[in-house]
Design a protein around this ligand. Structure first.
Ligand code: FRU
Length: 480
């Protein structure tokens, strides 16, 4: 019996029974996960169990501008079509009253385990870093394959974190190695430096602090959110979302970053030694807080929030919702670099295919349409290439400077350009949705992800420049 839980649940169900506003929004996406209404941020608890994918997410149902966080819940059998299962975790306990924050999931012996951060804010005048809040680490379980989640224990009470840290410690991710469970958490220490810290356990209930797993590092910001760690193609990968990293030319241009290190996990000390630099995972405007899991075939998949916290631009909110997830991406490591490709299941959305050979010269152009479309450009030779998407958004490559620039125009609502310096442009794979664009470059060497707001019915996709190669265009299935 938890009266607060029942009250919050009833309130949500009453609101959803009468809520239809989002469906009328001409910017609603066709093939991306969005909140049914309200605000969405990080992917949480992403997992595949017995043929079903679960995607939980940070969800503020009542306020498109964000607010009290719940976990929303989508399920899917193919990673393409999703079913909304409403609320999975509600802020209904003294230890998570001001937000069921981000966390992760894994399955063992038929039981699904969830670890998340319970956020509690203190009333009154407080120092934001040191005393304004508590972030508890909570264990929850599901005995029915992820459809209902029961809260179990506070496994790390906020007052038990070591004294050298501020009260910003969150976003647990677990990995089991040789019968020991390792939990990493993103943290901010009292010197205002970001780092990843590590706890360990043999029974999932008793967790002991082990020490820093990685960091702090000079120039890498004051807080690291949403860490993730896994082995892939023989390398250890550490993903994190640092806050407070300064812009460096074309790098780190968004308000916060998400990126990865490749490295080695030292098995005795359980610390991470990087063998690569920090690489941004996405070079567009909207990408944050990624989380990875394994799909049915054992591929390592990454989902991210196609948005950012504290961003300095305005998405339209008049239809009562905001933000979406990226497409799920398959990760591999090739030549000491993380490669990202769209999860191939989306191909069931392809409807009409148009293949052309590309022979662009001065004054010539290729023309396509689609507000839900995929365009694959394979390049043999290029001097200059401009892809104009829905009139307002351009992707331009100049082989002299080797720069690839995404410019959002009016559709950017104040956001202007992002540029990548390439060694060569070989391929572009663009996913155009009603109000989003994902561009995979050179078979997943780079990705640029952005929301965009061109005129909703503007369909034109045009290519100009001087280039040869092959073009393939698909219209993708639309929602209605
Ligand atoms: C990242 C984040 C997490 C936190 C959650 C709260 O976007 O700030 O660190 O758990 O969002 O919604």
């Amino acid at each position: 019996m938890n009266p607060l839980h029942d009250e919050l649940k009833q309130r949500y169900e009453a609101m959803m029974a009468s809520f239809k506003k989002t469906e009328d929004d001409p910017y609603r996406l066709h093939f991306h996960v969005m909140p049914p209404t309200g605000w969405l941020n990080d992917p949480n608890g992403a997992i595949h169990v017995d043929g079903v994918y679960h995607l939980y997410y940070q969800y503020s149902p009542y306020d498109a501008a964000g607010g009290l966080k719940y976990w929303g819940h989508y399920t899917s059998r193919d990673l393409v079509h999703f079913k909304d299962n409403g609320l999975a975790l509600l802020p209904d306990q003294p230890y998570d009253l001001h937000g069921v924050y981000s966390g992760s999931a894994f399955e063992e012996n038929g039981v699904m385990h969830y670890f998340y951060t319970g956020n509690v804010k203190h009333l009154g005048d407080h120092d934001y870093i040191l005393s304004g809040r508590e972030q508890n680490t909570i264990h929850a379980v599901s005995y029915d394959k992820g459809m209902t989640i029961e809260k179990k224990d506070v496994v790390i009470d906020a007052s038990d974190y070591p004294a050298e840290y501020s009260n910003h410690i969150r976003d647990p991710k677990i990995r089991k190695i040789n019968d020991v469970y390792y939990m990493i958490l993103g943290a901010r220490n009292r010197n205002d430096e970001g780092l990843v810290i590590l706890y360990q356990s043999t029974n999932l209930t008793d967790w002991t602090y082990h020490g820093p797993y990685f960091g702090p590092l000079k120039g890498m910001g004051y807080m690291w959110e949403c860490p993730d760690f896994f082995e892939l193609d023989g390398e250890d990968v550490l993903i994190l979302s640092p806050q407070g990293v300064n812009q460096d030319g074309f790098l780190y241009q968004n308000v916060y970053q998400s990126g990865y290190y490749l490295g080695e996990m030292n098995a005795d000390e359980v610390t991470f030694t990087p063998t690569s630099q920090f690489n941004e995972l996405d070079r567009g405007f909207d990408f944050y807080a990624p989380q990875t899991f394994e799909d049915e075939a054992g591929n390592h998949i990454m989902w991210a929030w196609m948005g950012l916290p504290d961003a300095d631009y305005d998405n339209p909110l008049e239809y009562g919702w905001q933000h979406a997830m990226t497409l799920p991406r398959v990760l591999t490591v090739e030549n000491h670099q993380l490669i990202q490709k769209p999860h191939p299941n989306y191909q069931v959305l392809r409807k009409q295919e148009d293949v052309r050979s590309l022979h662009l010269s001065e004054g010539a152009y290729e023309y396509f349409t689609g507000t839900a479309a995929e365009l694959l450009v394979t390049i043999d030779d290029v001097t200059k290439l401009t892809l104009t998407i829905r009139s307002d958004v351009t992707l331009t490559y100049d082989d002299e400077t080797k720069q690839l620039t995404l410019a959002l125009g009016e559709a950017g609502r104040g956001r202007k350009t992002r540029t990548i310096e390439l060694t060569q442009l070989k391929q572009l794979q663009c996913f155009i949705d009603q109000s989003s664009l994902e561009v995979f470059i050179n078979d997943g060497e780079y990705v640029m992800t952005s929301r965009m707001y061109p005129q909703p019915d503007e369909e034109k996709i045009e290519l100009t420049g001087e280039a040869t190669g092959t073009l393939t265009h698909w219209l993708l299935e639309q929602k209605n």
